[in-house]
Ligand binder design. Structure first.
Ligand code: 3NM
Ligand code: MG
Length: 521
């Protein structure tokens, strides 16, 4: 049915499942019809356990319905069933019949889709004439327990980077695996590679398990079509990301001024060692701190327009569950979240926690020392001793490149702290040389910086990179004043001098921001 093909809307692709755990006692054909009414643009009948006769029976009922909505019906794996009912095509996995043989059997007009989990599989399928790719498994899913590769948004991005979606040579790509209303927009955002984007997403349980499949499909489709780029992007669409630092620095005083008077909520899920200091720093910079690790109250707090700081700390399973609850709450309302992967490279538990958190939601900013950022990037070679940064062998260029690559990969803002700080949104990368050595001699200095940046970003979502830069300069220039203050004799007396300086400098900012010493990378 070749005339169907140009008009296929790949945005929302439904894959069926008849297992009671998903379908319940609903009638599958009825569910599919409701989903079509909700806007599903293509349907795949996937049945792993039924007899051939029964499959043909169901497939022909499904085909009658999909034809009514002018939507193609594909059959998972079973070319015989496809031919028996005259369906529009098949979807084949890597363990099914090979693509070339399937094409010989079904002919040039059939729609043949292939599952790909890597750029190599994708390239091969495209070369062999696949009509589209199902890429994944994006996130672990109870719907398909035998899945071999969980590739995350990072894996999607790697595949899209090689597939040239959006060009004439390209074929449509849809992502699959645990995609639902809570993550679909960030999957679309984070999988994007340059101008290569997903054409849509494929779901099973998000629709098949819903009590109201029409509403489920229609709200998913709304989310897919209404991009929330203003929330996700480091720079809002339409605004130019200038790499020229001068005009950026010029905007900083106004942002600091705005912040000092803002009382922006800064919600911290952080470790007990630093809570008191972090809360005091928040107050001194003009934000309103709340230290709450109570997951169930996160949705209410998220509605107050502030930011969430996830300070990973010891990363026990209970803490991870709480973090995920907080992340869901803030992602749902488009409130920024800062991830501070404290001690991220130190142990296998913490490295796994980072993976779980990255898969569990979207962070607007990731902040850490060299070892921690290396752990998030998955490139860390130095074993961290404690939560302090280990010895570094990398050059300035290496660090700037790592921060930029991670910002690109996660499509967010990344900050690597150290004697020199590196900040990037994947387009703009700067090195910041402000601060005081005392910040390395007191506990919680990094955690407090994270809290400051988070509230700045909540206040100035229009340009999260610039907001983070303003927060860093507020914090580090105040540290310079504190260090020079006559009352500061060592790390102990530095603390009160620093809290004073955060407040005084913030109020006095217009004259003093010119002391920021930052260079472009
Ligand atoms: N194929 P849900 S994952 C059918 O990775 C299927 O190839 C996958 O179900 C793959 O939307 C999957 O309920 C199940 O997570 C997706
Ligand atoms: Mg298969």
């Amino acid at each position: 049915n070749p005339q169907l093909r140009p008009s296929i809307d790949w945005s929302l692709y439904l894959v069926t499942d008849s297992t009671p755990a998903i379908l319940g006692d609903k009638d599958m054909v009825h569910v599919v019809e409701q989903a079509l009414r909700g806007g599903v643009g293509i349907v795949q009948y996937r049945e792993k356990h039924a007899d051939t006769g029964a499959m043909i029976e169901v497939a022909s009922r499904l085909h009658a319905v999909t034809q009514k909505y002018n939507v193609p019906l594909l059959i998972n794996d079973r070319l015989d069933v496809c031919q028996a009912v005259g369906a529009e095509g098949v979807h084949i996995g890597q363990d099914d019949m090979n693509m070339v043989r399937a094409r010989q059997i079904l002919g040039p007009d059939a729609i043949i889709g292939v599952t790909a989990s890597s750029p190599q599989e994708a390239e091969k399928a495209i070369k062999e004439g696949a009509d589209y790719l199902g890429i994944g498994t994006t996130f672990a899913t109870p719907t398909k327990l035998d899945t071999k590769h969980i590739i995350g948004t990072r894996g999607l991005q790697e595949i899209l980077a090689t597939c040239a979606t959006g060009t004439e040579k390209s074929i449509p790509c849809v992502a699959i695996g645990s995609i639902n209303a809570s993550n679909v927009q960030r999957v679309l955002h984070q999988s994007t590679a340059g101008t290569n984007r997903l054409n849509g997403v494929a779901v099973v349980s998000a629709i098949m398990a819903s009590a109201d499949p029409e509403a489920a499909a229609s709200s998913l489709l709304d989310l897919i079509k209404s991009s929330k780029d203003t929330f996700y992007a480091a720079v809002p669409p339409g605004k130019e990301a200038t790499t020229d630092l001068e005009p950026l620095i010029a905007e900083v005083p106004a942002i600091i001024k705005k912040h000092v008077a803002s009382n922006t909520l800064c919600h911290n899920m952080t470790n007990t060692v630093v809570q008191n200091f972090v809360a005091n720093v928040c107050l001194a910079t003009g934000s309103s701190p709340i230290m709450s690790e109570n997951g169930p109250e996160a949705p209410d707090l998220a509605k107050l327009g502030g930011a969430l700081v996830i300070n990973m700390g010891t990363a026990t399973p209970e803490k991870i569950a709480t973090f995920l609850e907080g992340m869901r709450a803030y992602n749902a309302v488009g409130g920024p979240i800062l991830l501070d992967p404290v001690g991220g490279g130190a142990t296998a538990v913490r490295r796994n926690a980072i993976k779980t958190l990255l898969a569990g939601g979207f962070f607007s900013i990731i902040k850490g020392n060299e070892g921690e950022i290396g752990a998030v990037a998955g490139t860390s070679t130095t074993q961290q001793r404690g939560v302090d940064s280990g010895p570094s062998t990398s050059t300035e260029r290496d660090k700037a490149a790592l921060v930029k690559a991670l910002a690109r990969r996660e499509r967010c803002v990344v900050l690597m702290t150290g004697k020199t700080d590196y900040l990037s949104d994947g387009v703009r990368t700067v090195a910041i040389n402000n601060g005081s050595a005392f910040l390395g001699k007191i506990t919680g200095a990094g955690c407090a910086l994270g809290a400051v940046i988070a509230s700045y970003v909540a206040l100035h979502q229009d340009d999260k990179f610039l907001a983070a830069l303003a927060g860093i300069l507020h914090y580090e220039i105040a540290a310079e004043f504190a260090e020079k203050d006559a009352s500061c004799k060592g790390p102990g007396s530095f603390i009160p001098a620093f809290l004073d300086a955060l407040s005084i400098f913030g109020n006095d900012v217009a004259e003093n921001t010119s002391s920021g010493r930052s260079e472009e990378f």
